[in-house]
Design a protein around this ligand. Structure first.
Ligand SMILES: Nc1ncnc2c1ncn2[C@@H]1O[C@H](COP(=O)(O)OP(=O)(O)OP(=O)(O)O)[C@@H](O)[C@H]1O
Ligand SMILES: [Mg+2]
Length: 234
């Protein structure tokens, strides 16, 4: 490693990768033995013991999700160099396919408001963008309501602006910048599953494509996430 190895993004990504690698080994042990305890010794524990074990197990899983999410973040800049003309209709289809179990559970209306274009980008990364934005729209619509997600796109002078909107709980104005921060999750929403990495990943992907990401939201009415993708030749 050179002297100033940490000052650029590549250095930070490498540091994160080696940290995650180091943390992963003890985590596998914790996770493995807590599972073994659950399987082989649960009968010898009282109710409280079983619940302690469940907590250890849940926390280990949670930590593993966070570590894997961090690795995903560090891979964006390399993957984003690999771009090809991509049909956004397919991106949306793939995203819905990946969200199959959530879609079966919550039965959302996912409506494409406009035609979706073909854009030069990294398809896998754009699928991740749509998976994260749509899953947030579904998760943050109260359980008792059917989630309604609108997806649209309009051409701009130098590319396209896409949007994904929901009619969920919305985000207070003072928190609208915070949602893009690493690990940020609204305090009152701890029951909803997640690592707080989704929007950081989305932002990183859009930035790697020289685009911009923003949110407009009204608490109690819903949220709309906008991202731009510039096209080089238009
Ligand atoms: N569509 C939305 N409506 C309301 N709040 C949202 C919405 N999207 C994000 N948020 C808020 O921003 C936080 C961060 O979102 P993000 O996608 O980064 O994390 P997450 O969905 O909680 O977890 P993960 O995406 O890692 O599974 C959420 O926990 C929630 O508080
Ligand atoms: Mg999310």
């Amino acid at each position: 490693l050179s002297k100033n190895w940490i000052v650029n993004q590549e250095g930070i990504d490498k540091l994160i990768q080696s940290l995650v690698h180091e943390l992963k080994a003890p985590l596998v042990t914790i996770f493995g033995f807590s599972l073994a305890l659950q399987e082989d010794y649960a009968l010898q524990l009282n109710k409280q013991g079983v619940s302690f074990l469940e907590s250890i197990n849940r926390s280990a899983r949670n930590l593993d999700d966070k570590l894997m999410g961090l690795i995903e973040l560090t891979e964006v800049s390399r993957q984003s160099k690999n771009q090809e003309l991509t049909d956004f209709k397919e991106v949306l289809q793939d995203a819905c396919h990946m969200l199959k179990s959530m879609i079966e559970k919550r039965n959302p209306q996912i409506i494409t408001i406009t035609d979706l274009p073909k854009v030069t980008c990294n398809k896998n990364l754009m699928v991740k963008v749509m998976v994260n934005l749509i899953s947030n729209g579904i998760k943050f619509t109260p359980q008792e309501r059917q989630p309604i997600i609108n997806v649209g796109c309009k051409p701009q002078s130098k590319g396209y602006q896409f949007w994904v909107s929901d009619q969920g709980i919305g985000i207070a104005l003072r928190l609208q910048k915070k949602v893009f921060e690493l690990f940020y999750r609204a305090k009152e929403l701890q029951k909803v599953a997640g690592s707080g990495l989704g929007l950081t990943l989305v932002q990183r992907i859009i930035q790697a494509h020289n685009g911009k990401l923003k949110v407009e939201s009204t608490p109690g009415i819903g949220s709309c996430f906008y991202f731009t993708l510039p096209t080089l030749y238009k």
